[in-house]
Design a protein around this ligand. Structure first.
Ligand SMILES: N[C@@H](CCC(=O)N[C@@H](CS)C(=O)NCC(=O)O)C(=O)O
Length: 221
């Protein structure tokens, strides 16, 4: 059996978990869940995750959902003792949680609102309110990065997997990150230092961008 990840292409939380899986060098089987065909609402999937979201991890029958929880679990169980991706130091852990809650509470829902509108409700525009919220996210991350190279400290942690995947996907809708120099430098740092960034984040992000671009019918984003 081993590890199975239920996933969909393009999803920032799925990509966050894939970055973690790649960083840990884990061997994982992938099960595609087609959200457009509502496979996530089928009883068998709801049994695994009543929240009907991906990613979901099955570790030999132990089921866990939510990318942040999955990443904590993977590093705790399969990482090195005191793995730097999720260090045991309580203060650092608190900051990692602070940043993953920022992702869940503000950054990801900002993405999800725009994504639902364009891909599922098939609208061809983005609401002003969503653009304003995205700018808030960029400005907050710009502020967070005043003191550290990565989002929680000076090295990569699981919080970075969540923040970088969400930020790079927000940029698909509101391509203004170049106005935020620390955010732009941070994304470039993640791109060049995270293991298998291209395969775990960029490839799927590019597919997502092409799908959004097609729906919005813009020549460039
Ligand atoms: N907080 C969750 C969010 C997961 C989530 O909302 N995933 C989206 C794809 S990006 C999904 O599965 N949406 C379908 C649904 O919620 O019904 C996580 O980090 O895993």
């Amino acid at each position: 059996m081993g590890l199975t990840l239920y996933y969909v292409e393009g999803s920032p939380p799925v990509r966050a978990t894939q970055l973690c899986i790649r960083a840990l060098g884990l061997n994982v089987q992938y099960e595609f869940v087609n959200l457009f065909k509502k496979e996530n609402l089928q009883p068998a999937f709801l049994e695994k995750n009543p929240m009907h979201s991906v990613p979901v991890l099955d570790d030999n029958g132990f089921i866990i959902w939510d990318s942040h929880a999955i990443n904590e679990y993977l590093v705790t169980v399969y990482g090195k003792e005191n793995d730097s991706l999720f260090p045991k130091d309580p203060k650092l852990r608190a900051i990692i949680h602070q940043m993953t809650h920022f992702d869940t509470g503000l950054a990801f829902p900002t993405f999800a609102g725009m994504s639902f509108r364009v891909l599922f409700a098939k609208k061809k525009d983005i609401l002003e309110e969503s653009i304003r919220r995205t700018r808030d996210v960029y400005a907050l991350v710009e502020k967070f990065l005043e003191k550290t190279k990565y989002i929680a400290c000076d090295h990569i942690t699981i919080a970075d997997f969540s923040i970088v995947t969400t930020l790079t996907t927000l940029e698909v809708f509101v391509p203004e990150i170049s106005n935020y120099s620390r955010v732009a430098a941070y994304i470039e740092r993640c791109r060049t230092t995270m293991k298998d960034y291209q395969e775990a984040n960029q490839d799927s992000l590019d597919m997502f961008k092409a799908a959004v671009q097609e729906r919005l019918n813009r020549s460039s984003l």
